[in-house]
Unconditional design. Sequence first.
Length: 84
Amino acid sequence: MMSGVQALVASARRIGILLAGSILFLAGIALLVLPGPGIPLIIAGLALLGTQFTWRGGLRPGLRERFNAAIAALRRRASLKRSP
C-alpha cells in the first residue's frame, strides 16, 4: 500500500512523463513543416507516452515487424546502389 507521499510522487512522475511526451510529439509535428528533425521527435514522444498506456503492448509486435521490414528494404536499396 502506498503512503500519501509515494502516491503524490507517482502521480507527479506520471504527469511529468505525459507532459514531456506530449511536448516532444507536438514539437515533432511542428518540425515537419519547420526545419528540424520532426520524425525522430514524434517517435520519441510516442515512445515516452507509450510507457504510460497499456495499449502499447498490442501495437509493439506489428510496429517491430514494420520497422524490421523497413530496415531490410533500406539495406537492400543501399546494396543495389553499391553494385555496378
